[in-house]
Design a protein around this ligand. Structure first.
Ligand code: AMP
Length: 387
């Protein structure tokens, strides 16, 4: 018989068991839920993970080693990357200097061009324009006088955004009348901005796609996304009423971007459907919240696909397993048993402290038909609508 202390020691030891060092190591810059879900997909493939994150509470710590450090802390980044087969990221804010320094240790995938473009909304829009991809009318604003010129060019209503660092609707202000201009400038001014026409879109869609090391590309069906307060709330895949033309248009946008950037990995392009055409809003050079449904709803999840791509492995099928929907849990999680009582529902708890406006988990539903999916999603939203 083991005494209480010995049992406790055994339990601690078993929770600290390290995967074999022979397993290929993937270094991930960022240790949030996207990193965590990468590891959830990669551990069964025989991989181990080392994350770099500024927070000791980074949720990915449960699934790999964690080095605590800022993403511009080169010594910390090198510690996380040491011995890695490949280095990837789950946040597009990775500084160029970090990516460059780490490239001496192992390949950084996706490469630096994707980071450069996606860190600057102006560069992103200019790239889309060069690739023949439609975007909302826009103008650069670097100083107050530019704003008046930009308003003349773009008109009202419009939306003023910081060029760098905005996410989840942060760093932007809608301008509906001349009276909004000063307040928006005061709130955002002093940093490079871009003014965009406010698109009266029919709906928001996203296209998720992957490119492998050998140049093979794969695309999932387009996703319909609903946001509130700038945060994604609900995704439906395939998007309802998805015509062949929309799907082909979304795939073509993704393919042009993937090839232009010689991209390796999964990316998402956020789109507006307007007048039966697609306009590109934003590029995310990483796995994306609107692709979480792929874990249960696709033959290959976006997380597994990203790992396959960055490791130079064959890409997997992006065929759907029926119809899928996803609801983000914002601020707090629903009771697990209430979610699990719903047919076709799958709960993902990110192990993050509840806080208003914070993504703490998501629920995916799958169903054999579109009405099943919608019915199940509505039931999930009743209990996991979030705050
Ligand atoms: P973003 O940070 O660019 O992804 O914007 C967050 C959300 O703001 C988008 O998902 C849209 O709902 C809305 N939004 C952003 N840009 C525009 C635009 N040019 N026209 C209309 N809505 C926009």
């Amino acid at each position: 018989m083991l005494g209480d202390d010995a049992v406790a020691r055994q339990m601690i030891a078993s929770t600290l068991v390290q995967p074999s060092p022979d397993r290929p190591l993937v270094a991930v810059l960022g240790g949030g839920q996207l990193g965590r879900m990468l590891a959830e997909a990669g551990i069964p493939l025989g991989l181990r993970f080392h994350f770099l994150d500024p927070s000791a509470d980074a949720t990915a710590r449960a699934l790999g080693e964690l080095t605590i450090g800022a993403l511009d802390d080169l010594a910390a980044a090198e510690t996380a990357a040491r011995g890695a087969e490949v280095i990837t990221y789950e946040w597009e804010g990775v500084p160029a200097a970090t990516a460059q320094a780490l490239a001496a240790i192992a390949p950084v995938r996706p490469g630096p061009r994707a980071l450069d473009v996606s860190q600057d909304r102006l560069a992103e829009k200019e790239m889309f324009g060069r690739l023949g991809v439609g975007v909302a009318a826009f103008a650069a604003v670097d100083e107050r006088a530019d704003l008046m010129r930009a308003l003349d060019a773009v008109g009202l209503p419009s939306i003023l955004k910081t060029r760098r660092g905005g996410y989840d609707g942060k760093g932007q202000r809608v301008l509906r009348g001349d009276g909004d201009v000063d307040a928006a400038w005061d709130a955002l001014g002093g940093v490079p901005l871009v003014l965009e026409a406010l698109v009266p879109f029919r709906r928001e869609l996203s296209v998720l796609a992957a490119r492998g090391l050998d140049g093979t590309t794969r695309c999932w069906p387009l996703v319909e996304n609903t946001h509130a307060d700038g945060i994604l709330r609900v995704s439906r895949a395939p998007a309802p009423a998805l015509t062949g033309g929309l799907q082909a248009g979304g795939e073509e946008i993704a393919r042009r971007v993937l090839e232009h950037l010689a991209y390796v990995g999964v990316l998402a392009v956020e789109l507006f459907e307007h007048d039966s055409a697609l306009l590109a809003n934003e590029l995310a050079p990483r796995v994306h919240n609107s692709g979480h449904w792929t874990i249960e709803g696709s033959e290959t999840s976006q997380f597994e696909q990203h790992l396959r791509a960055v490791l130079g492995w064959p890409l997997g099928s992006t065929a759907m397993r029926g119809f899928a929907g996803m609801a983000n849990c914002i601020g707090a999680l629903p009771e697990p048993d209430a979610v699990l009582a719903l047919e076709g529902a799958h709960l993902h708890d990110y192990e993050k402290a509840p806080r208003p406006g914070r993504k703490v988990g998501h629920v995916t539903v799958t169903g054999p038909t579109e009405p099943d999916r919608d019915h199940r999603l509505a039931a999930v939203l009743e209990i996991a609508g979030g705050s």
